[in-house]
Structure formats: structure tokens, C-alpha cells
Design a protein around this ligand. Structure first.
Ligand code: SF4
Length: 361
């Protein structure tokens, strides 16, 4: 009998709409990233948004630190291939401006927006333009009274900060919001999300903030995000890396694909190689990832160094190769032996067949 992993039961939440992308309420878990360009550089920002969208970002956030940046958002939002979330701090007038200029959602922290009148103005602008708001709580910028009461940024303090902000929005009859409660300390962050998920029906945007560089940040984010996803918590995610934001999207997708929560593009199983390897697995995998980055249809490939584990992995793959003697590869399709071909021709064969198969999916 085939073994199957215990399915993940996702938490039931309200649903919000970020442009055409549904978040929560059973919608597929979306992948987000954030530009690191100067928002005033419209062409540079759009080029990066385009790269993020091609890598699979469903939603992209853009920082709007000034009124000039708010004006630049009009062109960015109108030409972007994915919905744009405006990230706003301190000046509520920027939120009013971007709401008119095509933003698909606002990310604010009501704690730094100010008076009740200002928050009400933001709520009305969001409502008039059909925009949801993400309340982004960060352990590093909690309200002083909460830190004083709890002694440090605890999960309770973070969840309370989120719920307190939601109370303010709801007081202004605004219910179309999502939360994030991010921290760079993994256990604190996970505990805060876990606690908040029990207290709110709002969708949750997952992320470990300031997680670090490509390797450390990927490990930290993968542990924290997958831990929560496994518990059914999380409706959209952003992997925060001190690296090219395209990597954030790649890692976000890798997490979702590994957990079988969402599929996209080509997944490659590869052995780490050892002295038995008959082909250059490392080089071939890198080249395949580069060649097949644009493929959207879901496909599983395996590239294995030799016949020790190659034929076994080929069983679960749509296409596979494994190294054989004399510079040859054994090629498999649909788990069955397709034939033998020289290693030098294997990449072209894999690319051609992968594109043909993906086209039909
Ligand atoms: S599949 Fe072969 S080459 Fe790859 S790690 Fe295993 S024994 Fe080594």
C-alpha cells in the first residue's frame, strides 16, 4: 500500500482580496516579496517587479516613504504584472494618496499612523478603493507600554499589539484586514503566530523578519514557515532575505512545493553525488534550473549520479537521468526506461521533453 503523508488541515479564516489574488478562506497560499529599488526609480522598480513576477511572486510590496514615492506608485501599479502592496509608515496622507493611485493593498502599523482621525481616514480611503490592510506587527517596534507590561517582546505582547490594532480598525468599521507578527527570533515568531491564530479569524501573512543572508535566512525561514504551515497556520508568506529578492520568491515556492501545499514549475530531485557519480550532477542541475526557470507547468525531474539510487528516484519522476558507465546516461520517462544517451546530450533531451510535457499541463 502506498504511504501518504497526513494531510494538512488549514485554519479557516476570512478572505481578503489583494487585487485579483485571494488570501485566506481556503485560497492557495500566495508568495510575496518586496522590492529593494528606490520607488522613485519607476523603471528600475518595474523591472524588479517583473523579475519577481516571473519567478512566481503573486504579490509584490513596495515601500512608499514619501509623497513623491506615492505619486510614482501610479505608474508602477498600472504597469506591474502583479498586485502591488504599498508599505506605509508614519504619514497617513501617503496611504490616502496611494489608495487613489492603484495600490492593491496597504501595509500599515496603526501604532505609528497616529490619531484616531488619521486611522479613520486611512480606513475610509481603503474602503472607497476596495483595498485590504495588512497590520504588520514587528517585535522590534512594539508599543512601549506592551514591552513594559510584558518585560520584553513576548508572543503575548505581539499578539496583543495585533489585536489592539485590529480593534482600532474595527472601531472604524473596517474588517478587511490581515495580520503579520514578525520577529527575527524563530521561536518567538512562531509562538506569536500560533497564539494570534487562535484569537482571530483574519488571514495571516507569515514571515520571519530580518532572517539573514541567503543560506541562514533560507534555513530560518524554512523552519519557521513550514512549522506554522504544518499546523494549518498561514495564508500568504514572504521569505525575508538579505539577498536578491528573487531568491525570496524561489525559497517561498520551494517551501510550498516541499510541503505539497502548492505546485508550480519544475521540481528537481538530485543526489548530492559521491565518488560513484558517472555524470556532473551539480553542473547539470544548475544548468537545468536556469534553462527551465520559465516553465510554469508542474513537473518532477530527477538527476542522479549513478545506478545505486537512480532507478529508484526515476520511478517517482516524470523525467529522469542517471549516470552510467562510459559517459552515458540512462534516461527514464514516466518511471520507465526510455533509453541510453550520451551525457553530453542529456540536458537537451531533458529540456525538450520537459517543455513538451509541461505544455500539456
Ligand atoms: S546516486 Fe550514486 S552518485 Fe549519487 S550519491 Fe548515490 S551513490 Fe553517489
Amino acid at each position: 500500500m502506498e504511504w501518504k503523508a497526513e494531510p494538512i488541515t488549514r485554519r479557516v479564516t476570512r478572505q481578503i482580496k489583494v487585487g485579483p489574488v485571494l488570501v485566506g478562506g481556503g485560497a492557495p497560499i500566495s508568495v510575496q516579496s518586496m522590492t529593494d529599488t528606490d520607488t522613485l526609480d519607476v523603471e528600475g522598480t518595474l523591472a524588479q517587479v517583473g523579475r519577481l513576477a516571473s519567478a512566481g511572486a503573486d504579490i509584490v510590496r513596495v515601500s512608499v516613504p514619501s509623497m513623491d514615492a506615492a505619486l510614482a506608485m501610479e505608474e508602477i501599479c498600472s504597469r506591474a504584472p502583479v498586485p502591488i502592496v504599498a508599505d506605509i509608515h508614519f504619514d497617513y496622507r501617503i496611504a490616502l494618496e496611494v489608495a487613489k493611485r492603484g495600490a492593491a493593498a496597504l501595509r500599515i502599523n496603526p501604532g505609528n499612523i497616529g490619531s484616531s482621525e488619521k486611522i479613520e481616514a486611512v480606513c475610509r480611503a481603503a474602503e472607497d478603493h476596495g483595498l485590504p490592510i495588512r497590520v504588520g506587527v514587528n517585535a522590534g517596534s512594539l508599543d512601549k507600554d506592551l514591552v513594559a507590561r510584558y518585560g520584553s517582546p513576548t508572543p503575548q505582547a505581539m499578539a496583543e499589539a495585533a489585536l489592539r490594532a485590529a480593534e482600532v480598525l474595527e472601531r472604524h468599521h473596517f474588517f478587511d484586514y490581515a495580520f503579520s507578527v514578525k520577529a527575527s527570533e524563530l521561536n518567538l515568531c512562531v509562538a506569536a503566530y500560533r497564539l494570534l491564530s487562535r484569537e482571530t479569524p483574519a488571514p495571516l501573512h507569515l514571515g520571519i523578519t530580518e532572517a539573514g543572508g541567503l543560506t541562514g535566512g533560507t534555513v530560518l525561514s524554512s523552519i519557521g514557515i513550514s512549522w506554522l504551515l504544518r499546523e494549518g497556520i498561514g495564508d500568504t508568506l514572504r521569505v525575508s532575505l538579505a539577498a536578491d529578492p528573487v531568491e525570496e520568491v524561489r525559497v517561498g515556492w520551494a517551501i510550498l512545493k516541499s510541503m505539497h501545499l502548492r505546485a508550480r514549475g519544475v521540481e528537481i530531485t538530485a543526489c548530492p553525488t559521491c565518488s560513484r557519480h558517472g555524470i556532473d550532477v551539480v553542473g547539470m542541475v544548475g544548468e537545468l534550473e536556469r534553462r527551465l526557470a520559465d516553465v510554469r507547468g508542474t513537473l518532477r525531474l530527477a538527476v542522479m549520479g549513478c545506478v545505486v539510487n537512480g532507478p529508484g528516484e526515476a520511478q517517482g519522476a516524470d523525467l529522469a537521468i542517471c549516470g552510467a558507465k562510459g559517459g552515458q546516461c540512462l534516461a527514464y520517462e514516466g518511471g520507465k526506461m526510455w533509453g541510453k544517451l550520451p551525457a553530453a546530450a542529456a540536458l537537451d533531451w531533458l529540456e525538450r521533453r520537459a517543455r513538451e510535457l509541461a505544455d500539456g499541463r
